[in-house]
Ligand binder design. Structure first.
Ligand code: FEO
Length: 450
Protein backbone atom coordinates (compact mmCIF):
# COMPACT_ATOMS: atom_id res chain seq x y z
CA UNK A 1 0.00 0.00 0.00
CA UNK A 2 1.29 3.47 -0.85
CA UNK A 3 2.22 5.90 1.91
CA UNK A 4 2.77 9.40 0.56
CA UNK A 5 2.39 13.04 1.53
CA UNK A 6 1.88 16.12 -0.57
CA UNK A 7 4.60 18.72 -0.30
CA UNK A 8 2.76 21.13 -2.60
CA UNK A 9 -0.17 20.62 -4.92
CA UNK A 10 1.98 18.99 -7.58
CA UNK A 11 4.96 17.78 -5.57
CA UNK A 12 4.65 14.54 -3.58
CA UNK A 13 6.94 12.96 -0.99
CA UNK A 14 7.28 9.31 -1.98
CA UNK A 15 10.19 8.24 0.25
CA UNK A 16 10.32 5.76 3.09
CA UNK A 17 11.31 5.38 6.74
CA UNK A 18 13.56 2.66 8.07
CA UNK A 19 13.42 1.71 11.73
CA UNK A 20 14.98 -1.75 11.41
CA UNK A 21 18.64 -1.04 10.67
CA UNK A 22 20.43 0.06 13.83
CA UNK A 23 23.30 1.79 12.02
CA UNK A 24 23.44 4.42 9.27
CA UNK A 25 26.43 4.07 6.95
CA UNK A 26 27.28 0.96 8.99
CA UNK A 27 28.62 3.12 11.80
CA UNK A 28 26.23 5.73 13.21
CA UNK A 29 23.51 4.49 15.58
CA UNK A 30 20.07 5.66 14.52
CA UNK A 31 17.82 4.70 17.45
CA UNK A 32 15.07 6.90 16.04
CA UNK A 33 15.35 5.38 12.57
CA UNK A 34 16.15 7.10 9.30
CA UNK A 35 14.15 8.69 6.53
CA UNK A 36 15.09 8.42 2.90
CA UNK A 37 13.28 11.14 1.00
CA UNK A 38 12.33 11.03 -2.63
CA UNK A 39 9.95 13.41 -4.36
CA UNK A 40 7.81 13.21 -7.48
CA UNK A 41 6.69 16.26 -9.45
CA UNK A 42 3.55 15.98 -11.58
CA UNK A 43 4.05 18.83 -14.03
CA UNK A 44 3.56 18.63 -17.81
CA UNK A 45 6.58 16.41 -17.45
CA UNK A 46 6.97 14.11 -14.48
CA UNK A 47 10.17 14.35 -12.45
CA UNK A 48 11.54 11.97 -9.84
CA UNK A 49 13.98 13.63 -7.44
CA UNK A 50 16.42 10.91 -6.38
CA UNK A 51 15.59 7.39 -5.30
CA UNK A 52 16.07 5.66 -1.94
CA UNK A 53 18.06 3.17 0.10
CA UNK A 54 17.37 -0.52 -0.45
CA UNK A 55 15.95 -0.64 3.11
CA UNK A 56 12.77 1.13 1.97
CA UNK A 57 12.63 0.11 -1.68
CA UNK A 58 9.35 -1.82 -1.46
CA UNK A 59 7.51 1.16 -0.03
CA UNK A 60 9.21 3.50 -2.49
CA UNK A 61 8.18 1.60 -5.60
CA UNK A 62 4.59 1.31 -4.37
CA UNK A 63 4.63 5.04 -3.77
CA UNK A 64 6.20 5.84 -7.12
CA UNK A 65 3.76 3.82 -9.18
CA UNK A 66 0.75 5.10 -7.21
CA UNK A 67 1.85 8.72 -7.47
CA UNK A 68 2.56 8.41 -11.18
CA UNK A 69 -0.97 7.08 -11.65
CA UNK A 70 -0.06 5.42 -14.92
CA UNK A 71 1.83 8.40 -16.32
CA UNK A 72 5.25 7.83 -17.79
CA UNK A 73 8.29 8.99 -15.92
CA UNK A 74 9.98 11.72 -17.93
CA UNK A 75 12.96 12.73 -15.80
CA UNK A 76 14.99 11.46 -12.88
CA UNK A 77 17.07 14.23 -11.29
CA UNK A 78 20.00 12.52 -9.57
CA UNK A 79 21.56 14.87 -7.05
CA UNK A 80 23.76 12.44 -5.12
CA UNK A 81 25.00 8.96 -5.92
CA UNK A 82 25.56 7.62 -2.41
CA UNK A 83 23.55 4.39 -2.25
CA UNK A 84 21.29 5.62 0.55
CA UNK A 85 19.72 7.64 -2.28
CA UNK A 86 20.78 5.87 -5.44
CA UNK A 87 20.75 2.16 -4.58
CA UNK A 88 17.39 1.80 -6.29
CA UNK A 89 18.25 3.98 -9.28
CA UNK A 90 19.18 0.92 -11.30
CA UNK A 91 15.74 -0.59 -10.64
CA UNK A 92 14.06 2.67 -11.62
CA UNK A 93 15.97 2.61 -14.91
CA UNK A 94 14.76 -0.94 -15.53
CA UNK A 95 11.13 -0.18 -14.61
CA UNK A 96 11.09 3.15 -16.42
CA UNK A 97 13.45 2.90 -19.38
CA UNK A 98 11.62 5.88 -20.88
CA UNK A 99 12.99 8.22 -18.20
CA UNK A 100 15.84 10.59 -18.94
CA UNK A 101 18.49 10.73 -16.22
CA UNK A 102 19.44 14.34 -15.45
CA UNK A 103 22.83 14.62 -13.77
CA UNK A 104 26.33 16.02 -14.06
CA UNK A 105 29.34 14.19 -15.46
CA UNK A 106 30.63 13.01 -12.08
CA UNK A 107 27.25 11.56 -11.26
CA UNK A 108 27.17 9.75 -14.60
CA UNK A 109 30.54 8.19 -13.82
CA UNK A 110 29.23 7.00 -10.48
CA UNK A 111 26.09 5.58 -12.09
CA UNK A 112 28.45 3.48 -14.20
CA UNK A 113 30.50 2.49 -11.13
CA UNK A 114 27.59 1.55 -8.91
CA UNK A 115 25.19 0.11 -11.46
CA UNK A 116 27.63 -1.17 -14.11
CA UNK A 117 25.46 0.23 -16.86
CA UNK A 118 24.82 3.37 -18.87
CA UNK A 119 21.40 5.01 -18.62
CA UNK A 120 19.49 4.80 -21.90
CA UNK A 121 18.87 8.54 -21.95
CA UNK A 122 21.05 11.07 -20.15
CA UNK A 123 20.79 14.83 -20.02
CA UNK A 124 24.05 16.18 -18.61
CA UNK A 125 23.82 19.48 -16.79
CA UNK A 126 26.44 21.92 -15.58
CA UNK A 127 26.37 24.66 -13.00
CA UNK A 128 23.64 27.15 -13.87
CA UNK A 129 21.91 25.02 -16.51
CA UNK A 130 18.10 24.95 -16.47
CA UNK A 131 15.32 22.57 -17.44
CA UNK A 132 11.67 23.53 -17.81
CA UNK A 133 9.11 20.82 -17.14
CA UNK A 134 5.95 22.86 -17.86
CA UNK A 135 5.01 25.24 -15.07
CA UNK A 136 8.32 24.69 -13.27
CA UNK A 137 11.85 25.66 -14.19
CA UNK A 138 14.81 24.07 -12.41
CA UNK A 139 18.35 25.38 -12.20
CA UNK A 140 21.25 23.17 -11.19
CA UNK A 141 23.95 24.15 -8.74
CA UNK A 142 27.01 22.04 -7.97
CA UNK A 143 27.65 21.33 -4.30
CA UNK A 144 30.89 19.30 -4.28
CA UNK A 145 31.70 17.49 -1.01
CA UNK A 146 28.29 18.17 0.49
CA UNK A 147 28.74 15.32 0.98
CA UNK A 148 30.46 13.57 -1.96
CA UNK A 149 32.29 15.23 -4.88
CA UNK A 150 29.52 14.67 -7.43
CA UNK A 151 26.72 16.29 -5.42
CA UNK A 152 24.52 18.92 -6.99
CA UNK A 153 21.33 20.60 -5.81
CA UNK A 154 18.48 21.99 -7.88
CA UNK A 155 16.34 25.07 -7.45
CA UNK A 156 12.75 25.37 -8.61
CA UNK A 157 12.39 29.06 -9.43
CA UNK A 158 8.61 28.68 -9.86
CA UNK A 159 7.75 27.52 -6.33
CA UNK A 160 11.08 28.71 -4.82
CA UNK A 161 12.06 25.22 -3.64
CA UNK A 162 15.64 24.07 -3.05
CA UNK A 163 16.19 20.33 -3.47
CA UNK A 164 19.22 20.26 -1.20
CA UNK A 165 20.48 16.66 -1.32
CA UNK A 166 22.12 15.75 2.04
CA UNK A 167 22.27 19.38 3.17
CA UNK A 168 19.72 20.25 5.88
CA UNK A 169 19.11 16.55 6.52
CA UNK A 170 18.89 14.82 9.87
CA UNK A 171 18.90 11.40 11.45
CA UNK A 172 15.49 10.11 12.51
CA UNK A 173 12.48 8.58 10.81
CA UNK A 174 9.56 10.83 9.88
CA UNK A 175 6.80 9.62 12.16
CA UNK A 176 3.98 10.74 9.95
CA UNK A 177 5.20 14.31 9.86
CA UNK A 178 6.68 15.81 6.74
CA UNK A 179 7.35 19.44 7.63
CA UNK A 180 9.73 20.75 10.30
CA UNK A 181 6.97 23.07 11.53
CA UNK A 182 4.85 20.03 12.43
CA UNK A 183 7.30 19.16 15.24
CA UNK A 184 9.14 20.99 17.99
CA UNK A 185 12.34 20.85 15.99
CA UNK A 186 14.53 22.71 18.46
CA UNK A 187 13.46 20.46 21.32
CA UNK A 188 13.08 17.10 19.61
CA UNK A 189 15.14 17.12 16.40
CA UNK A 190 18.02 19.57 16.67
CA UNK A 191 20.39 17.20 18.48
CA UNK A 192 19.96 14.56 15.80
CA UNK A 193 20.26 17.17 13.05
CA UNK A 194 23.54 18.32 14.57
CA UNK A 195 24.76 14.73 14.97
CA UNK A 196 23.87 14.06 11.33
CA UNK A 197 25.60 17.21 10.08
CA UNK A 198 28.75 16.87 12.15
CA UNK A 199 29.31 13.19 11.44
CA UNK A 200 28.29 13.16 7.78
CA UNK A 201 29.46 16.50 6.39
CA UNK A 202 31.22 18.09 9.37
CA UNK A 203 34.61 17.62 7.73
CA UNK A 204 33.56 19.78 4.80
CA UNK A 205 32.74 23.09 6.46
CA UNK A 206 34.27 25.27 3.72
CA UNK A 207 32.30 23.42 1.03
CA UNK A 208 29.07 23.81 3.02
CA UNK A 209 29.84 27.51 3.38
CA UNK A 210 30.29 27.71 -0.40
CA UNK A 211 26.85 26.15 -0.90
CA UNK A 212 25.28 28.50 1.66
CA UNK A 213 26.82 31.43 -0.23
CA UNK A 214 25.28 30.25 -3.50
CA UNK A 215 21.94 29.62 -1.78
CA UNK A 216 21.97 33.14 -0.31
CA UNK A 217 21.57 34.45 -3.84
CA UNK A 218 18.33 32.53 -4.34
CA UNK A 219 14.81 33.31 -3.09
CA UNK A 220 14.23 30.05 -1.23
CA UNK A 221 10.82 29.47 0.35
CA UNK A 222 11.14 25.75 0.92
CA UNK A 223 13.97 23.23 1.40
CA UNK A 224 13.45 19.59 0.46
CA UNK A 225 16.38 17.53 1.84
CA UNK A 226 17.03 13.85 1.24
CA UNK A 227 16.72 13.04 4.96
CA UNK A 228 14.43 14.47 7.60
CA UNK A 229 11.64 17.00 7.45
CA UNK A 230 10.94 19.57 4.73
CA UNK A 231 11.45 23.22 5.70
CA UNK A 232 8.70 25.64 4.64
CA UNK A 233 8.75 28.05 7.63
CA UNK A 234 11.49 29.75 9.61
CA UNK A 235 14.20 28.72 7.16
CA UNK A 236 16.58 31.18 8.82
CA UNK A 237 16.65 28.94 11.91
CA UNK A 238 18.20 25.95 10.16
CA UNK A 239 20.32 28.07 7.80
CA UNK A 240 21.81 29.85 10.84
CA UNK A 241 22.60 26.50 12.45
CA UNK A 242 24.32 25.35 9.27
CA UNK A 243 26.30 28.59 9.05
CA UNK A 244 27.57 28.05 12.60
CA UNK A 245 28.36 24.37 12.12
CA UNK A 246 30.11 24.99 8.81
CA UNK A 247 32.25 27.70 10.42
CA UNK A 248 33.03 25.39 13.38
CA UNK A 249 31.55 28.00 15.71
CA UNK A 250 30.26 26.64 19.03
CA UNK A 251 26.57 27.05 19.79
CA UNK A 252 27.05 26.93 23.56
CA UNK A 253 29.65 28.61 25.73
CA UNK A 254 30.21 25.71 28.08
CA UNK A 255 32.29 22.63 28.73
CA UNK A 256 32.07 19.15 27.27
CA UNK A 257 33.86 16.61 29.46
CA UNK A 258 34.75 13.41 27.63
CA UNK A 259 36.37 10.80 29.81
CA UNK A 260 37.75 7.27 29.49
CA UNK A 261 38.09 5.51 32.82
CA UNK A 262 38.82 1.86 33.61
CA UNK A 263 38.54 1.62 37.39
CA UNK A 264 36.87 4.92 38.21
CA UNK A 265 39.79 7.14 39.18
CA UNK A 266 39.60 9.24 36.05
CA UNK A 267 35.80 9.32 36.18
CA UNK A 268 35.88 10.64 39.74
CA UNK A 269 38.23 13.44 38.68
CA UNK A 270 35.90 14.25 35.77
CA UNK A 271 32.90 14.29 38.10
CA UNK A 272 34.63 16.60 40.59
CA UNK A 273 35.60 18.97 37.78
CA UNK A 274 32.01 18.94 36.52
CA UNK A 275 30.73 19.79 40.03
CA UNK A 276 33.06 22.75 40.37
CA UNK A 277 32.08 24.03 36.90
CA UNK A 278 28.36 23.61 37.60
CA UNK A 279 28.76 25.50 40.89
CA UNK A 280 30.18 28.37 38.84
CA UNK A 281 27.15 28.31 36.57
CA UNK A 282 28.96 26.84 33.58
CA UNK A 283 26.91 24.57 31.26
CA UNK A 284 28.46 21.10 31.33
CA UNK A 285 27.87 17.94 29.30
CA UNK A 286 29.67 14.67 30.13
CA UNK A 287 30.22 11.40 28.33
CA UNK A 288 31.99 8.19 29.19
CA UNK A 289 33.46 7.66 25.74
CA UNK A 290 33.75 3.92 26.28
CA UNK A 291 29.97 3.75 26.64
CA UNK A 292 28.60 6.52 24.43
CA UNK A 293 29.06 6.15 20.67
CA UNK A 294 31.62 8.61 19.36
CA UNK A 295 29.09 10.16 16.98
CA UNK A 296 27.27 11.74 19.95
CA UNK A 297 30.49 13.03 21.51
CA UNK A 298 31.68 14.47 18.18
CA UNK A 299 28.36 16.26 17.82
CA UNK A 300 28.71 17.90 21.21
CA UNK A 301 32.34 18.73 20.51
CA UNK A 302 30.97 20.93 17.70
CA UNK A 303 28.29 22.29 20.07
CA UNK A 304 30.45 23.36 23.03
CA UNK A 305 33.17 26.01 23.18
CA UNK A 306 35.42 24.12 25.62
CA UNK A 307 36.34 20.45 25.84
CA UNK A 308 38.05 18.46 28.59
CA UNK A 309 39.54 15.13 27.57
CA UNK A 310 40.28 12.88 30.54
CA UNK A 311 41.92 9.55 29.86
CA UNK A 312 43.73 6.82 31.60
CA UNK A 313 46.97 5.51 30.14
CA UNK A 314 46.73 2.06 28.58
CA UNK A 315 49.52 0.04 26.97
CA UNK A 316 51.67 3.15 27.29
CA UNK A 317 49.13 4.97 25.13
CA UNK A 318 45.77 6.69 25.28
CA UNK A 319 42.88 4.45 26.32
CA UNK A 320 41.52 3.05 23.06
CA UNK A 321 38.03 4.57 23.14
CA UNK A 322 39.50 8.01 23.82
CA UNK A 323 42.15 7.58 21.16
CA UNK A 324 39.45 6.63 18.63
CA UNK A 325 37.36 9.64 19.63
CA UNK A 326 40.27 12.05 19.28
CA UNK A 327 41.16 10.71 15.86
CA UNK A 328 37.49 10.95 14.82
CA UNK A 329 37.31 14.57 15.97
CA UNK A 330 40.54 15.32 14.10
CA UNK A 331 39.23 13.59 10.95
CA UNK A 332 36.14 15.79 11.09
CA UNK A 333 38.35 18.88 11.11
CA UNK A 334 36.91 20.42 14.25
CA UNK A 335 38.86 23.55 15.09
CA UNK A 336 38.95 26.52 17.38
CA UNK A 337 38.12 24.93 20.73
CA UNK A 338 39.71 25.60 24.09
CA UNK A 339 40.84 22.36 25.67
CA UNK A 340 42.02 20.99 29.00
CA UNK A 341 43.38 17.54 29.76
CA UNK A 342 43.36 15.09 32.64
CA UNK A 343 45.67 12.10 32.43
CA UNK A 344 45.89 9.05 34.62
CA UNK A 345 48.59 6.39 34.82
CA UNK A 346 49.38 4.18 37.76
CA UNK A 347 53.09 3.94 36.99
CA UNK A 348 53.83 5.94 33.84
CA UNK A 349 51.15 8.50 32.89
CA UNK A 350 51.47 9.14 29.14
CA UNK A 351 47.98 9.90 27.86
CA UNK A 352 48.29 13.67 28.40
CA UNK A 353 51.34 13.97 26.19
CA UNK A 354 49.81 11.72 23.54
CA UNK A 355 46.44 13.52 23.56
CA UNK A 356 48.35 16.80 23.20
CA UNK A 357 50.11 15.42 20.13
CA UNK A 358 46.80 14.61 18.41
CA UNK A 359 45.28 17.96 19.34
CA UNK A 360 48.33 19.87 18.17
CA UNK A 361 47.72 18.54 14.67
CA UNK A 362 44.33 20.27 14.58
CA UNK A 363 43.66 23.90 13.71
CA UNK A 364 43.14 26.40 16.50
CA UNK A 365 42.92 23.97 19.42
CA UNK A 366 44.21 25.90 22.41
CA UNK A 367 45.27 23.85 25.43
CA UNK A 368 44.63 26.05 28.44
CA UNK A 369 46.72 24.31 31.11
CA UNK A 370 49.23 21.54 31.62
CA UNK A 371 47.39 18.26 32.15
CA UNK A 372 46.16 17.40 35.62
CA UNK A 373 47.96 14.15 36.39
CA UNK A 374 46.54 11.34 38.48
CA UNK A 375 48.40 8.26 39.55
CA UNK A 376 45.61 5.71 39.92
CA UNK A 377 43.30 8.03 41.86
CA UNK A 378 43.26 11.59 43.05
CA UNK A 379 45.87 12.01 45.78
CA UNK A 380 44.79 13.72 49.00
CA UNK A 381 44.50 17.43 48.35
CA UNK A 382 44.67 17.02 44.59
CA UNK A 383 41.08 18.13 44.24
CA UNK A 384 42.55 21.61 44.55
CA UNK A 385 44.12 21.13 41.12
CA UNK A 386 40.70 20.34 39.71
CA UNK A 387 39.19 23.37 41.38
CA UNK A 388 41.94 25.50 39.88
CA UNK A 389 41.30 23.98 36.47
CA UNK A 390 37.59 24.66 36.85
CA UNK A 391 38.35 28.31 37.57
CA UNK A 392 40.55 28.56 34.49
CA UNK A 393 37.84 26.94 32.34
CA UNK A 394 35.05 29.07 33.82
CA UNK A 395 37.00 32.26 33.28
CA UNK A 396 37.71 31.26 29.70
CA UNK A 397 34.05 30.34 29.07
CA UNK A 398 32.99 33.73 30.43
CA UNK A 399 35.78 35.53 28.59
CA UNK A 400 37.28 36.77 31.86
CA UNK A 401 40.79 36.95 33.18
CA UNK A 402 41.65 34.30 35.75
CA UNK A 403 41.45 36.20 39.03
CA UNK A 404 43.17 33.66 41.19
CA UNK A 405 46.48 32.03 40.60
CA UNK A 406 46.15 28.32 40.19
CA UNK A 407 47.97 26.50 42.97
CA UNK A 408 51.31 25.16 41.96
CA UNK A 409 51.01 21.59 40.82
CA UNK A 410 52.44 19.03 43.14
CA UNK A 411 56.10 18.31 42.61
CA UNK A 412 56.51 15.88 39.83
CA UNK A 413 58.04 12.66 41.05
CA UNK A 414 61.68 12.36 40.18
CA UNK A 415 62.63 9.06 38.71
CA UNK A 416 63.30 6.93 35.70
CA UNK A 417 60.89 5.00 33.50
CA UNK A 418 61.60 1.71 31.80
CA UNK A 419 61.20 2.26 28.05
CA UNK A 420 60.23 -1.38 27.64
CA UNK A 421 57.52 -1.97 30.23
CA UNK A 422 56.87 1.45 31.78
CA UNK A 423 58.03 0.57 35.30
CA UNK A 424 58.99 3.72 37.21
CA UNK A 425 61.95 3.82 39.60
CA UNK A 426 61.39 6.83 41.85
CA UNK A 427 64.72 8.34 42.84
CA UNK A 428 67.07 11.14 41.88
CA UNK A 429 69.57 8.66 40.52
CA UNK A 430 69.45 5.28 38.86
CA UNK A 431 72.15 2.77 39.85
CA UNK A 432 74.24 1.63 36.87
CA UNK A 433 73.58 -2.02 37.68
CA UNK A 434 69.85 -1.56 38.13
CA UNK A 435 67.66 -4.30 36.62
CA UNK A 436 63.98 -3.67 35.92
CA UNK A 437 62.02 -5.87 38.38
CA UNK A 438 59.23 -6.29 35.81
CA UNK A 439 60.93 -7.03 32.49
CA UNK A 440 64.52 -7.62 33.67
CA UNK A 441 66.01 -5.00 31.32
CA UNK A 442 69.16 -3.10 32.32
CA UNK A 443 69.53 0.54 33.40
CA UNK A 444 70.38 1.52 29.82
CA UNK A 445 66.71 0.88 28.89
CA UNK A 446 65.53 3.53 31.38
CA UNK A 447 65.04 7.23 30.73
CA UNK A 448 64.33 10.12 33.11
CA UNK A 449 60.66 10.83 33.78
CA UNK A 450 59.38 13.67 31.62
FE1 FEO B 1 22.42 10.68 2.48
FE2 FEO B 1 25.59 11.28 1.42
O1 FEO B 1 23.99 10.37 1.52
Amino acid sequence: MHCIRHVTEDLIWIGGNDRQHPLFESTHPVPRGMSFNSYLLLDEKTVLFDTVDRAVQTQFFENLEYALGGRKLDYVFVHHMEPDHAATLGDVMLRHPEATIVCNGKILNMIRQFHCTDPKEVHLVNEGDSITTGRHTFTFVNAPMVHWPEVMVSYDSTDKILFSADAFGTFGALNGVLFADEVDFDRDWLDEARRYYTNIVGKYGPQVQALLKKAAGLDIQMICPLHGPVWRKDLGYIVDKYAKWAAYEPEVQGVLIAFASVYGGTETAANILACRLAEMGIPVEMYDVSVTHYSYVLSDAFKYSHIVFASTTYNNGIFVSMENLLHDIAHHALRGRKVALIQNGSWAPASGKLMTEILSGMKGMEILEAPVTLKSTLAPGQDAELEALAKVLAASVKGEEVVEEAPAPQDKPKGFVCKICGFVYESDTLPDDFICPICRRPASDFEPLA
